[in-house]
Design a protein around this ligand. Structure first.
Ligand code: FE2
Ligand code: FE2
Length: 328
């Protein structure tokens, strides 16, 4: 029996653990438990009031995007990932991840409460700003394959839809789009502004780097265990999804930073997006597509790149090796 499955009475006994990487990530996630109220934002409120309109717009825009999308990730896990997996160690991890996404949502609510941001206007943006709405629409279309259609995980097409959804949420939304926002959010700390908000983001990023490792290991395992997914057309489709996602992010970042703030403009952010997309492509076993340097070298490299794993390559790697290779 592989990692995929829908039997309710399967996967009720944890030991022996079949996928040690999932157990290891669960333990790391539990060790990384934190609460937003541990961070005081009072000092940052003073910074926020002194910032320019475009700087405040950028923070508001990020909150507008992050907040609904943290909850959207949970829908993708609940409807698109958890039901099709039977390994109990994966279920443990996904339960912790879902709490973390809830905790991220509450962290951004805490920011919305603390800073003078009009919550209703911020909430509206995810449907009224076309570049933001387009990203959400892209994601929603993948989860609809599970909620509005029937997904049979025993078929090749069902397994492909499962992988497409993981790529859309884990690799693209969490692994590229969120990281581009994290970089902009942390750029303020580079200028000695919003330092406590930066600490809050550090905690979120620590969680997200585990989410990314879990998702990538899960994709790798599903591909290894299912020969029918080792197909060049499917591989090309996945590669193209990532390239399309970069184009969507470029437009979004032009709306995020219409004219640019001190030390940062949309081109700078978009170069970082391309750098990130190349890392994700390589983690999936593809060649880099953009071949650009990292403009934001000050972002901890440990947070935005993973050890390479060869996804779409024919050679099989053992799960134990994978567990080792993704350990920091
Ligand atoms: Fe999150
Ligand atoms: Fe996440």
């Amino acid at each position: 029996m592989g990692i995929l499955g829908t039997g309710i009475q399967d996967g009720l006994l944890l030991k022996p653990v079949t996928y040690p990487w999932a157990m290891d990530l669960y333990e790391q996630a539990v060790a990384n438990t934190w609460f937003p109220n541990e961070i005081q934002l009072g000092e940052d409120l003073g910074d926020f009031k002194k910032m320019t309109d475009e700087e405040r717009h950028a923070i508001t825009f990020l909150m507008s995007y992050f907040n609904p999308n943290e909850l959207l990730v949970n829908k993708a896990l609940a409807f698109g990932v958890y039901p099709y997996i039977n390994a109990p160690e994966c279920h443990l991890y996904l339960a912790k991840q879902m709490w973390e996404e809830a905790n991220h949502c509450m962290s951004f609510e805490y920011v919305l409460e603390t800073f003078p941001i009009d919550r209703a206007a911020a909430y509206d943006s995810h449907v009224t700003v076309p570049s933001m709405a387009a990203k959400e629409e892209f994601e929603v279309n993948f989860i609809k394959r599970m909620t509005e259609e029937t997904l049979d995980i025993s078929t090749t097409e069902g397994k492909k839809d499962f992988v497409r959804n993981l790529v859309a949420y884990n690799v693209i939304l969490e692994g590229i789009w969120f990281y581009s926002g994290f970089m902009v959010a942390l750029s303020f700390r580079q200028r000695n502004l919003l330092r406590n908000f930066g600490s809050l983001m550090d905690w979120v990023i620590r969680d997200e780097s585990l989410h990314l490792q879990f998702g990538i290991n899960l994709i790798l395992t599903v591909l290894e265990e299912n020969d029918d997914l080792q197909d060049p057309d499917f591989a090309e489709e996945i590669r193209q999804m990532i390239i399309n996602a970069v184009e969507m992010e470029e437009q979004y970042n032009r709306d995020l930073l219409p004219t640019g703030i001190l030390g940062l403009n949309a081109d700078y952010v978009n170069q970082y997006v391309k750098y990130l997309a190349d890392r994700r492509l390589e983690e999936l076993g593809f060649d880099a597509h953009y071949n650009v340097s990292n403009p934001a070298k000050w972002m901890a490299t440990a947070n935005d790149t993973l050890q390479l794993v060869n996804f779409f390559e024919a050679t099989n790697t053992s799960y134990e090796v994978n567990a080792q290779s993704t350990k920091k």
